[in-house]
Ligand binder design. Sequence first.
Ligand SMILES: Nc1ncnc2c1ncn2[C@@H]1O[C@H](COP(=O)(O)OP(=O)(O)O)[C@@H](O)[C@H]1O
Ligand SMILES: [Mg+2]
Length: 607
Amino acid sequence: MTLVSIPEDEMSAELYQLSGEIELEKILTTFLQIAIASMGAQIGCLILYQDTQWLVVAQGDTKQIQSLEIPLERYQEIPQILIDAVVQTQQMAVLDNFSQTVEFAGDCYFTTHQPQSVLCTPLTQQEKLIGVLYLENKSLQNAFTSDRLQLIPLLNAQIAISLKNAQLYCQLTAYSRNLAQKVAARTEESEEKSEQLLALFNAIEDVIIVTDVDGRYLQVAPSSAPLLYKPPTAIIGKTAHEVFPPDMADYFVRNIQQAIATKKAQKIEYSLLIGEREIWFDGNIACMGEDKVVIVARDISDRKQMENQLREQKGNLETTLQKLQRTQTQLVQSEKMSALGQLVAGVAHEINNPINFIHGNLDYIHQHTQDLLHILSAYQSHYPHPPASLQLELEELEFSFLSEDLHSILKSMKIGSERIRQIVLSLRNFSRLDESEYKAVNLHEGIDNTLMLLQVRLKAQAERPEIAVIKEYGELPLVECYAKEINQVFINMIVNAIDAVEESNRGRSFAEITSNPNRIWIRTAKTEENQVQIIIGDNGIGIPEQLRSRLFDPFFTTKPVGKGTGLGLSISYQVIKEKHGGSIHVHSTPDQSTEFIITLPVSRTSK
Ligand SMILES: Nc1ncnc2c1ncn2[C@@H]1O[C@H](COP(=O)(O)OP(=O)(O)O)[C@@H](O)[C@H]1O
Ligand SMILES: [Mg+2]
């Protein structure tokens, strides 16, 4: 019998055990065969103590040995009493002739079979009784000679070793079967577990990757494939720097090393171009042992898209809100202007008639007084010596001075009434309700009207001389526009210019201002076929660079409460840009000058 290596699976373990059993039977029958032959017996029987009982395991004669498994007490083909005695005494019994067997006369086996020679010997293993060998020669006395009996210890040793081997073998097969079973169970369990894990991984639509410190791809979950930058086969074993552009790779490796160094999971967010699509990922890098990390990244493109949409919507809402605010302030302002306009128009109209009346009659008064004075001087030449009382009255009246003064009074009255007429005209022009409609107008008139209305602010004051207004008008065609609103823009611009030059006067004496006087210039030109440009400039405080982006915001003002509303430029911007399709820009050198450059299309159609 040979021992072979441990069986690899349960099936072969069973086969092995079976072969072990077959081996054992063979050992026993062979042993008995050898015993019968070598001892010169005719029949024999081998009894072994197995599993708490005595079993007859082999029986036979010189020709044939048969293996059995019959409890000793039920086996009739053997002298039970003799066997019992040998078991009890653990001494070999040799009966040389039939007469000796009479000792065991009570045993019916002897009386029936009457064997001539009988040998019954205990079989031991390390002094422990393991079995009994029974041999018999029916016909020959003294069959078991002392020479032959010397073989008994040899036989015993052989069966003991064989049995020990067989036993070991059995134990081994049992062990290996057990082992195989365990391995199988474990394999099944781990297969089940890995199947479960795999199912779990597959159910997760995330990218799952294991890398080392350098971002070298060690493992990739199969479900990750569609979201990988390159196919799994192209990245396994490669480092991040071999797979990604340098910036991206740096980002990954930095976070991987951070995760390993701090033993804390790192959050990452990045986008990759996969196929035609840019995919955004939200990832987590967690330590796995000392020098590995597992990266789990989720496709958040939908979320990103939503965020972008939201941001866009927010932006839209913000611009809508701004538009609304502008429209609202514009509405408020135009409401105010229209109320003011109506008031001004009403007042202008009311003044217009009487002033025309006065102005128109001044000529007649002049004529009539000239006539009267003429008649008086005629009287004087005809009557050079009037009575003394009349002469006195004439002297008291200072007649010669009166006639001169009357002349100059009438002249200044005429100038005054002319001025009132012009102001009234400007007011009426400026606020004429019919001008809210879209029509071709002369912009120079609008500017002049505006300047006229702003005379009060332009003229000399206690602390400064008059602000010089330099008009450099070019050749302008009639421009199609909402005249009233364009006039409003001019007012806003010129008022700002006045404020700016006045602000620049702070801390300067009258003399200083006179030597470098306040100036406002207005230049107009036709710059393109369908475009005119109006520049309104001043040598005031100028606008600091950092404020320029906010100038046109509603309510942005640098002026004290009550003086500035911050609406002038925002409304002007609306009027020029949105209502007329023009543009409005600012150039400024702080502490020196500011210019607002307005362009307007000449007409809408050819725009
Ligand atoms: N010509 C100018 N020179 C200097 N600053 C100016 C000029 N025009 C406008 N600004 C600046 O722009 C701001 C906004 O002007 P505006 O919208 O007309 O509002 P407000 O005149 O009520 O302040 C002003 O407060 C001022 O700071
Ligand atoms: Mg203003």
